[in-house]
Each structure stands twice: as structure tokens, then as C-alpha cells.
Design a protein around this ligand. Structure first.
Ligand SMILES: NC(=O)c1ccc[n+]([C@@H]2O[C@H](COP(=O)([O-])OP(=O)(O)OC[C@H]3O[C@@H](n4cnc5c(N)ncnc54)[C@H](O)[C@@H]3O)[C@@H](O)[C@H]2O)c1
Length: 488
């Protein structure tokens, strides 16, 4: 199979399609009369190269070749997938199909990115209507998996299957929309939310920001992982979907919305939805679904936390409020003992296929303990902003007991050496009194400007000297200086 895609219209959406195909090893041939098209696609491609390949845990195929063509016929010649993403005007789209169908392979699939038009409207008067389907993507096309694939009965089942296979092969999730309708499925849904939002703003009920908070701090994250119906099924509790419907059905009669044209809430509709929901989610108990939901929410919210954005920013603020007092400072700690440098519960997303904490997460926990130790001796964010910091040169971890999601773990840190630019620490990780793991780290103080070792501030030297003196009576920890022994 030749892997050549033609991109007709290389704006926001066409550029995203081009990137998706290229990064999945396809050659991409672009036709767009805009003289800026090459620059614009180049910029989309830069962003896609930054984000898409790392989303996979395996390497993507080598990137395909990108070319720009002055004639539409040259672009579509020999392409097996032709993606039309020209502006949303029916007359323009029909004209484009006319010229490209004169030149393209009759076996090629022509997908339209149209957000609103039905495939039958796009096929009207075409040379070969059976070649044209709607393949509606979501921005950014190189990251989001959904493609609404909307055919008509003019498209052969074989073409629909081929379209699904090709889309899947570049990482999309093709959703076969069985009956055509203006704006397909997703945009109808978004349109309802959009109209309601316009009313809320116009009536002075909420600002645009308040509306966005109402989405992203709550149900938006829930929707992202389970959608609408499975979320409501869980909300119905053990009684499930029927119970949920019975509870909220009457609301259809109340003016909870400006969209007052509602379907009749008949037994037939309740049965249809409850049956479909059973088929969709009935294999899981409600408790299982709750656990799946919670795992997903924790994973997504912790990802948002790393970006300090939306619900993740709220988590960070909450942590910052909890932090003072959670761990001792230099003056509060009993310096004659190993110092408490980490105290936390093991998050759900730290667990791996063996059902316990993943080995890499021990390093994450020890790295947090090291960060805290640095803070204690005065190498905090304020100090780092002045141009000095510690870089880790060596780590050694010993795994001794299993650790599970939800376990409360603590790290206590003994300083083995803290002098000049050298810092050598030994962390012991406990759950209660059980020693779970040890992590030994050797760090060097560096100048962030030269990126070379440099002496720390006199304040840090003094703090290290205080700890060295106080901990001088501690025995050298068992396991310190260990390495994996060479087999006899
Ligand atoms: N923007 C979105 O979020 C979004 C999402 C899904 C689908 N869509 C659909 O994608 C399509 C394109 O939207 P967009 O947002 O990328 O628009 P856009 O304006 O960013 O891009 C359209 C591109 O088509 C080019 N063009 C104009 N006439 C052309 C022709 N005759 N032949 C080839 N190229 C031509 C333009 O120069 C431009 O680069 C529309 O049908 C839209 O409904 C948009």
C-alpha cells in the first residue's frame, strides 16, 4: 500500500491532518493557494513534533516526505487518502471535489473535515459521490483521537471499512456515525452547551470565566474519561441507570434550560436508554466503575497539576496551604536523627501491572525527599533563582518491601557528607515502622550559569555543618555505599 495523503486546504485543520499523517510515516502532498500555507503548516508541524511522538511509548515510523503543489491535480495524483479542509462553504467544497475528482485515483477515499454539512450534501452532483465521506476531526487533529466518520448509502461497505482501517492506522478513533445529521454528533452536543452558555452570559448569570470554571473544575474532567451516560449510570448508584432517569426525568418539564424543545419522557425512552447503558457498562459493578473513574480522575488531575493549570492549579494551591508545618524546618527538626523529608500517600497512578508501586516512582519519591533536604539547608526556590543549585550525580535504590496505592510513606534522611560542593544523603522510606526502601544520592552544587560545580553559599555551608555535627553520632546506615555485586 502506498502511504500518500493529499491535504486540500492547509489551515488550522488541514495542517493538523498533515502532521498526523507525516508523523505516522505517510508522505503528504499539500494544495492550498494561500502563499502563507507552507509557513503555517510548518508551525503546526513544529508543535506536533513536540507533542505527538512522546505520547507513544514506542517509536513512531520514520517521518514521511512533505511537498507543496501548485496544481490540485498534482497533489491528489497517486494519493490513497484525500482530506479536504477548505473553508466551510458548500459551493467551494463542491468545486474543489469537481477539480480533484478529475485527477485522483477513483479508489482513493475523499474525506471532508466539514463541521456541519451532511455527506449527502457533499456528494450532490459529484463525479463519483461514492468516493466522498465526512471525516470530521477535532482540534488539535494531531493529538485528539476522535474522527466522526459519516457515510451515506452511496458509499460501499468496503470503502467504509477501508476508511476505518486507514484512520486507525494513524492513531485515530473513527466513530462510525450511522445516520447523517447536520453537525454530526459531537458538534450538536457542543452547540447545545454553547447556546445555553450564551444565554447565561447575556442574562448576566455568569461571566465567561465562571462558565469555564464550572466546566473544568468538575464535570469536564468526568466527561473526559466516561462521557455522559456512563457517568450518570455511576451517579444512579447501585440502582443504576433506571433510577437515575426516574430521579432526573421530571426535570425535563422544568425550565432548567433555555432549550425547551425536549423529547417526550416515555417508558420507551427510559427503557431504550437503560438497555443501551446496560450493554455499554453492565459488565462492571457500580463500585468497579467508581474505582475506574477515580483512577482516571487522579491520573488526569495529576497531569493537570504538573502543568499548574485548571483543576491542577487548585491541587497545587491546596498543597501549598498544607505544606507549612507538614515537614520540619532546620530549626524545628531534631537534627541528631535522620530528618523527615517526605510524608505522603502513594497516589493511584504510581501503581503498575504488578499491583504495587512502580520502581521509577521510588526514585520520584526520593527525588522529592532530596528536594526537601535541599530546602532545609537553604537551597530553596529563592536561592535557586540567584543562580546556584544542586545536580544529582549518582543514585542507588534498594527495594525491600512492596508498597501499594494509598499507603502512607515517609522518608527520613541522614546526611553522610555535606561539605563544599559535595552533598551525600541517604533516605530511608518507611510505612509505619516497616522499612520499604532506601535511596542514596550524591549531589554536586553547581552554578546554573556555567553549569559547572561551584561552592554553595556560606549559609548553606553553615546549615550542612550544623547537621553534620548533630548527626555525627549516628551509625553509618546499613546498605549505604552498596552496589549490585558482580556474580561469583
Ligand atoms: N477550526 C476548527 O476547530 C474545526 C474543527 C473541525 C472541523 N473544521 C472544519 O475544517 C474545515 C477547515 O477549517 P479551518 O478551521 O482549518 O479553516 P482555515 O481557514 O484555518 O483553513 C482553510 C484553508 O483552506 C485554504 N483554501 C481556501 N480555498 C481553497 C481551495 N480552493 N483549495 C485549497 N485550499 C483552499 C485556505 O487558504 C486556508 O489555508 C472547515 O470545513 C471546518 O468546518 C474546523
Amino acid at each position: 500500500m502506498n502511504k500518500i495523503a493529499a491535504i486540500i486546504g492547509g489551515g488550522v485543520i488541514g495542517g493538523g491532518w498533515a502532521a498526523r499523517f507525516l508523523l505516522n510515516g505517510w508522505d503528504v502532498r499539500v494544495f492550498d493557494p494561500d502563499p502563507e500555507a507552507e509557513r503555517k503548516i510548518g508551525e503546526v508541524l513544529d508543535n506536533a513534533r513536540r507533542s505527538l511522538p512522546g505520547l507513544s511509548d514506542v517509536p513512531l515510523p520514520p517521518e514521511g516526505a512533505l511537498s507543496f503543489h501548485e496544481e490540485i491535480g498534482d497533489a491528489v495524483d497517486s494519493a490513497i487518502w484525500i482530506q479536504e479542509s477548505v473553508p466551510e462553504r458548500l459551493d467551494l467544497k463542491l468545486k474543489v471535489y469537481q477539480s480533484l475528482q478529475e485527477a485522483c485515483d477513483p479508489e482513493a477515499i475523499i474525506g471532508s473535515s466539514t463541521s456541519g454539512f451532511k455527506p449527502s450534501e457533499l456528494q450532490e452532483g459529484a463525479l463519483r459521490p461514492e468516493q466522498i465521506v465526512v471525516t470530521h476531526p477535532f482540534n488539535p487533529v494531531y493529538l485528539l483521537p476522535l474522527i466522526e466518520l459519516v457515510p451515506t448509502d452511496k458509499n460501499a461497505p468496503d470503502l467504509i471499512e477501508r476508511a476505518k482501517e486507514l484512520l486507525t492506522s494513524v492513531g485515530f478513533f473513527p466513530l462510525h456515525v450511522k445516520k447523517e445529521i447536520d453537525a454530526h454528533i459531537a458538534d450538536r452536543f457542543l452547540e447545545a452547551v454553547w447556546r445555553e452558555a450564551l444565554w447565561l452570559v447575556k442574562d448576566g448569570i455568569a461571566t465567561t470565566e465562571e462558565i469555564d470554571e464550572a466546566i473544568r473544575m468538575g464535570f469536564g474532567i468526568r466527561w473526559a474519561q466516561m462521557g455522559l451516560f456512563e457517568t450518570y449510570r455511576v451517579a444512579g448508584g447501585e440502582a443504576g441507570m433506571r433510577h437515575f432517569m426516574a430521579q432526573f426525568g421530571p426535570a425535563l418539564k422544568w425550565p432548567w434550560t433555555k432549550l425547551m424543545d425536549v423529547p417526550e419522557f416515555t417508558d420507551e425512552l427510559v427503557d431504550m436508554i437503560a438497555d443501551q447503558s446496560d450493554a455499554q457498562s453492565g459488565m462492571h459493578s457500580i463500585r468497579e466503575l467508581e474505582r475506574i473513574r477515580d483512577n482516571n480522575l487522579v491520573g488526569m488531575m495529576r497531569a493537570l497539576k504538573a502543568q499548574n493549570y485548571g483543576a491542577g492549579a487548585v491541587l497545587n494551591q491546596h498543597d501549598a496551604a498544607l505544606k507549612p508545618g507538614a515537614l520540619p524546618t532546620l530549626d524545628q527538626a531534631d537534627l541528631s536523627q535522620p530528618i523527615l523529608t517526605l510524608s505522603r500517600a502513594v497516589p493511584l497512578d504510581w501503581t503498575d501491572y504488578n499491583g504495587h508501586m512502580n520502581e521509577a516512582k521510588y526514585l520520584e519519591a526520593f527525588a522529592a525527599a532530596t528536594d526537601r533536604f535541599m530546602e532545609i539547608i537553604g537551597c530553596d526556590m529563592e536561592y535557586i533563582a540567584t543562580g546556584g543549585s544542586y545536580f544529582t550525580a549518582e543514585n542507588h535504590i534498594r527495594y525491600m518491601q512492596e508498597t501499594h496505592a494509598g499507603s502512607r510513606i515517609e522518608c527520613r534522611t541522614q546526611m553522610l557528607l555535606g561539605q563544599g560542593k559535595k552533598l551525600h544523603v541517604f533516605h530511608s522510606m518507611y510505612e509505619g515502622e516497616t522499612l520499604l526502601a532506601t535511596g542514596e544520592s550524591f549531589l554536586l552544587h553547581v552554578s546554573l550559569e556555567s553549569r559547572r560545580p561551584s561552592p554553595p553559599s556560606p549559609e548553606i555551608e553553615a546549615a550542612m555543618a550544623r547537621i553534620a555535627e548533630a548527626q555525627a553520632g549516628l551509625p553509618y546506615p546499613e546498605g549505604a555505599g552498596a552496589a549490585i555485586r558482580r556474580p561469583a
